[in-house]
Design a protein around this ligand. Structure first.
Ligand code: GDP
Length: 295
């Protein structure tokens, strides 16, 4: 992810460093290229406009730091603004409050939701939590079976969902059962559909109202770029998401969704999926990613 963006920014900054002293024109020219680089990375155009305006204001206003050359200062400002764009600091999962904690995974079919449920369970297990996986996509028995198999592979118990019963009842029963078994984190894999529709949203609103989950996490496919951003906007408007898990980022050379979701929807990315294997889930650290982008 971000390979092209990283290369483009590197060449912009190399040129700026060659000037020694920077005129306002040099900065404007550099920022024009930063703008193009971000647009090519498929970042939402309004986000790009605001980003460049903020950098320009700070760079031309020159917050002078004695230890840095003018070009280094521009790099630092771009770095800081990238961190802010990516969501600031890393946002941990909120597992506080009533136990067992409930995490609702929502998203469209094919986004990687079921795989991510298992990855998250595995990650939580490694952090000392006792997860319980709940398949709640009762319309797709294959999805229920998929989660059962994945749970078995990672040694996490999976709720024996009866697909003839309403998902809300199943989920409530699962939370109660987890409590009785001393399991502290319930991960509910909700139904996905090909499109955002009212039936899906109605069911998710119902689950949210009845389960009062600590986290409502949207699983979205990074490869779909700005579509993922629009989908995040729709789910957030309906459900007030607490976070996004962006999947398949290792196959996304541009990174537009990762760079736009927080700014457009106000929802932080909490994890990224970096491959099909169950250990390929990583907490999302804006600071580290900005470091990587700027090489
Ligand atoms: P669901 O329909 O949303 O539940 O999606 P699935 O969990 O069945 O995943 C759909 C496909 O995406 C499967 O082939 C997964 O292996 C794949 N997948 C999920 N996460 C990732 C990821 O981070 N990287 C890659 N390359 N593939 C992923």
């Amino acid at each position: 992810m971000f390979d092209n963006l990283s290369d483009r920014l590197e060449s912009v900054f190399k040129r700026l460093k060659g000037y020694g002293r920077l005129s306002e024109d040099n900065i404007q020219e550099g920022l024009r290229e930063v703008r193009l680089a971000l647009l090519e990375a498929d970042v939402n155009f309004r986000v790009v406009k605001d980003f460049v305006a903020r950098v320009r204001e700070r760079a031309v206003g020159r917050e002078v730091m004695e230890s840095l050359t003018p070009a280094q200062q521009v790099v630092k400002i771009v770095h800081d603004e990238l961190v802010a764009l990516l969501g600031g600091r890393n946002r941990q999962l909120d597992l506080s409050g009533r136990q067992p904690a409930v995490l609702l995974l929502v998203g469209l079919q094919g986004s990687g939701k079921t795989t991510t449920a298992a990855k998250l369970a595995r990650w939580l297990l490694s952090k000392g939590r006792a997860p319980y996986l709940v398949p709640a996509d009762v319309y797709r028995p294959a999805a229920v079976e998929q989660l059962r198999v994945l749970g078995e592979r990672i040694g996490v118990p999976v709720h024996p969902t009866d697909t003839s019963r309403p998902p809300v009842e199943t989920a409530r029963e699962a939370v109660a059962r987890a409590g009785l078994q001393g399991l502290d984190t319930v991960i509910v894999d909700t139904a996905g559909r090909l499109h955002v529709d009212e039936a899906l949203m109605g069911e998710l609103r119902d689950l949210k109202a009845r389960l009062e989950p600590q986290e409502i996490l949207l699983v979205a496919d990074a490869m779909t770029g700005q579509d993922a951003v629009n989908i995040a906007g729709k789910f957030d408007a309906d459900l007030s998401l607490t976070g996004v898990i962006l999947t398949k980022v290792e196959g996304d050379a541009r990174g537009g969704a990762a760079l736009s979701i927080q700014a457009v929807t106000g929802t932080p990315i909490k994890f990224v999926g970096v491959g099909e294997k169950l250990d390929q889930l990583e907490p999302f650290h804006p600071e580290r990613i900005a470091d990587r982008i700027l090489g």
